[in-house]
Design a protein around this ligand. Structure first.
Ligand code: 2RA
Length: 330
């Protein structure tokens, strides 16, 4: 199988390469693709040196699968060109996520909708992926009525320049400002741009993508997405109301066997998920599970995952794995 990683020089692109290596995604040939300014740059992968090539060169080599993390406008322009050539594009940008003709996939939740003729497949937003992975089994068992989620998102979600801003501020150094305000020793209730309804694009991604992945428009979601000065992953405080009554012990039992989920829930011994522990891991960590004592059929929980791993690179590679395992790549 010939694989292309498009956006190979970016934070997520480099994480995709790490995940490909660690999960031993089988390939015969690897193409590293980036913007014109990076063409010719050398990168080492599994002890072999590769030269970064251009989009058109990659298209001409007809990769079987192209893992994209190059931004929405680049994907809009180039993904169809790869797809027309027979390449399966798995795109990490928001460009195709709400396109009714494209699938939005978390393999453990809705991988079964994938078909052999799918050519552009959308990878959901990181904050959506970790939430639906944890809530999927509970939706199946108790039917979710409403989700209220507050997120605490790592600066790595913005990219390297944001990490640099935080670290410069922490070191008392001057540097470029990615955010409208200081991020270190601060929090910003502002991720992506504000829309006419006074929610941010990030918050509406969680609303709309959750419905699409669950295939259920009746699931009501409201979100507040916050940037915090941390690395290692995104954290989410989730309040979820079900149609049916539940038993907390059964909820924990369901989560303890849910694919891709790790239960870390022993508050009496200070055991709960934290981004410092999720960093570099592919699982979604769930804890602080407790009944909402103010409302019937309602649960509180805490969900943490590395936004560059399961939130982006790993989920994209797992979509490729799913396609391979189910003979959907030819
Ligand atoms: C963020 N989810 O955290 C967005 C994009 N990665 O900034």
């Amino acid at each position: 199988m010939k694989i292309a990683v498009v956006g190979a020089t970016g934070l997520v692109g480099q994480e995709m390469l790490r995940v490909i290596e660690q999960r031993e995604l089988p390939f015969d040939e690897l193409l590293l693709v980036a913007s014109e300014r990076s063409v010719g740059k050398e990168m080492t992968f599994k002890g072999k040196t590769y030269k970064v090539i251009s989009m058109q060169d990659a298209i001409d080599q007809k990769p079987d699968v192209a893992l994209f993390s190059a931004g929405g406008s680049t994907s809009i322009t180039w993904a169809p060109k790869f797809a027309e050539n027979g390449t399966i594009v798995i795109d990490n940008s928001s460009a195709w996520r709400m396109d009714p003709t494209k699938k939005l996939i978390v393999p453990e939740i809705n991988g079964g909708v994938l078909r052999i003729d799918d050519r552009i497949i959308a990878n959901p937003n990181c904050s959506t992926i970790q939430m639906v992975l944890a809530l999927g089994p509970l939706h199946e068992r108790y039917t979710i009525k409403r989700i209220v989620v507050s997120t605490y998102q790592s600066v790595t979600g913005t990219g390297k320049a944001a990490v640099d801003q935080m670290m410069n501020e922490r070191a008392g150094k001057e540097g470029d400002m990615v955010y409208p305000y200081k991020i270190d020793m601060n929090v910003l209730p502002h991720i992506d741009v504000f829309l006419d309804n006074d929610y941010t694009k990030e918050e509406m991604k969680m609303v709309n993508e959750t419905k699409k992945i669950f295939g259920d428009d009746t699931v009501q979601v409201t979100a507040t997405c916050v940037r915090i000065p941390t690395m290692g992953g995104h954290s989410e405080s989730v309040n979820v109301e079900f149609e049916e009554e539940f038993d907390v012990a059964e909820v924990k039992a369901l989560l303890s066997i849910a694919p891709g989920v790790v239960l870390e829930d022993d508050p009496k011994n200070n055991i709960y998920p934290m981004p410092i522990n999720s960093h570099g891991k592919d699982e979604v960590f769930v804890g602080r599970i407790r009944r909402d004592e103010t409302q019937e059929k309602t649960l509180n929980m805490w969900i943490v995952a590395d936004n560059l791993r399961k939130g982006a690179a790993t989920n994209a590679v797992q979509i490729a794995e799913f396609m391979l395992e189910n003979s959907l790549v030819f």
